[in-house]
Write a protein that binds this ligand. Structure first.
Ligand code: DUC
Ligand code: ZN
Ligand code: ZN
Length: 473
């Protein structure tokens, strides 16, 4: 088995940083050693197959993006990244594991949905991947099937309080599913927006001739997110189910989560880079149909209401526990443009899987989060939250050798013609400048990115069987 020494770097974990060398043996980390250590009298650098020089750079556990939708059928089309293109782009950006969403649609059986997603991903991925299970039709059969999900390595399932007629669950269905979640240890993931009220508002706006992408953000008002978040928390409280609210964008929703956590409840929140950097006015309101590039749900929020600042603060205070992307890319041509003249027909989603580690590192540069917190919210907490910790999310002996060498003196210009390997005809992050750079990426001991070159291959990525959450008290 090939051996590699990552030497001279600063190893950063969620709990601290130190100068250390990392010895990789095959697919695993074998040792974390004082710089220049010998092993049984042997000069390590001379004994290993490969030495990666990390002098002046950070050595961190590979990023874990716990919310992606590769080739997801949605909004009358399909997300434009396949498992192949999307995981390759993730690797470019320092992410070494994704957790994607297998889907049970209305009228379908849960295990058929899961099997279909295994078929889509198997042999295609450049990095490791796991699945959450979307339950789009809560009924006796799917409730029974949920009891077997943990045995399949799927320890979390997602419900939607939005999208009536598509994925929507009513309160009775949520209650029943959460009962199973509480009994089995499954993490309940929730898309928390009041879908029926939103749909009524969408109809009103369209009837008034308000058809531009900007009105997507108006219709999906923060009140709809706060209300649904509160309702989900109360149902979780009643049933005892652990709850993880996805893509939190409104500061009022964060306040609901924080209050429940202060009350001792096992509730957690995820946000995404778009809710930290982008706004209703600057992006959705960019003018004409341009705003379609940033149509996603939950929507971008008003900068005048300071949701973005509040979200950064919540990441510092652990009112929000982690950052995923909700990567769900669509091209402008042939996909987003289905909504010209009717914002409700624009497929919802933004592509960011390649940029999450960089965008969050810029938060370190800007003094908004610490270096350790960067690692925690992008890798260690996702691993713990979703039952992968030990193998993933940490630099320690026995862990998978998923390692990123990150150069704080490097620079990354984000844009369609620059760092962009996602299967999209635009970049939602065009023009963003990052004061850092992904230098080298190792996935289970194999270097997949080095010096701006892709060295990986499809099929290297393996399915990750996840245990129940390691984040619960
Ligand atoms: N939100 C999105 O923006 N896209 C996919 C699904 C979702 O909930
Ligand atoms: Zn969602
Ligand atoms: Zn999503």
């Amino acid at each position: 088995m090939a051996t590699t020494l990552i030497s001279g770097g600063t190893v950063v974990t969620a709990t601290g940083r130190s100068a250390a060398d990392v010895l990789v043996d095959g697919e695993k980390i074998a040792a974390v050693l004082a710089p220049g250590s010998t092993l049984l009298g042997h000069d390590l650098a001379a004994s290993v197959d490969t030495v990666l020089d990390a002098t002046g750079k950070y050595v961190i556990p590979g990023g874990i993006d716990a919310h992606t939708h590769m080739q997801m059928p949605f909004g009358g089309t399909e997300a434009s990244d396949t498992f192949e293109t999307g995981t390759r782009a993730a690797a470019w950006g320092g992410t070494t594991t994704i957790v994607d969403f297998a889907i049970q649609r209305y009228g379908e059986r849960v295990m058929d949905g899961l099997a279909a997603w295994h078929d889509k991903a198997a042999g295609e991925c450049a990095i490791d991947y796991g699945f959450h299970q979307i339950i789009g039709d809560v009924n006796d059969d799917s409730l029974k099937a949920m009891e077997s999900l943990v045995d399949e390595g799927v320890s979390s399932y997602k419900l939607f309080m939005a999208y009536p007629g598509v994925f929507y669950s009513d309160d009775a269905q949520i209650y029943k599913a959460m009962r199973v979640g509480a009994e089995t240890g499954l993490m309940t993931m929730m898309h928390a927006e009041n879908g029926p009220a939103i749909d009524a508002m969408v109809a009103e706006l369209l009837a008034q001739g308000k058809t531009d992408p900007y009105y997507h953000g108006v219709a999906r008002a923060w009140q709809m997110e706060e209300e649904a978040t509160h309702r989900a928390i109360m149902l979780a409280n009643l049933t005892g189910a652990p709850l993880y609210v996805v893509h939190v964008s409104a500061k009022q929703a964060v306040e609901q989560l924080a209050a429940a956590r202060d009350n001792g409840q096992n509730v957690f929140g995820e946000t995404c880079p778009q809710y930290l950097y982008l706004s209703l006015e600057d992006q959705l309101g960019a003018g004409g149909f341009e705003g379609a590039k940033w149509v996603c749900s939950t929507p971008l929020r008003s900068k005048h209401e300071h949701h973005q600042d509040h979200m950064w603060q919540s990441l510092r205070t652990n009112d929000i526990q982690m950052v995923a992307t909700d990567h769900c890319p669509f091209c402008m041509k042939g996909q987003k443009d289905m909504g010209v003249g009717d914002f409700s027909k624009i497929p919802n989603g933004i592509g960011s899987v390649e940029h999450r580690m960089d965008l969050m590192y810029q938060g370190v540069v800007d003094g908004k989060i610490s270096l350790e917190r960067w690692v925690e919210i992008t890798s260690t907490t996702p691993a713990r939250m979703f039952g992968m910790y030990g193998a993933k999310g940490v630099i320690a002996p026995g862990a998978d050798a998923d390692v990123v060498i990150y150069d704080p003196n490097g620079h990354t210009s984000i844009g369609l013609d620059k760092t962009h390997h996602m299967n999209m005809d635009y970049s939602a992050w065009e023009g963003f400048e990052i004061e850092g750079h992904v230098d080298t990426v190792m996935s289970r001991g194999r270097v997949v990115i080095n010096n701006n070159e892709y060295l990986g291959s499809k099929g290297h990525g393996q399915y990750v069987r996840r245990s129940t959450s390691q984040y619960l008290v």
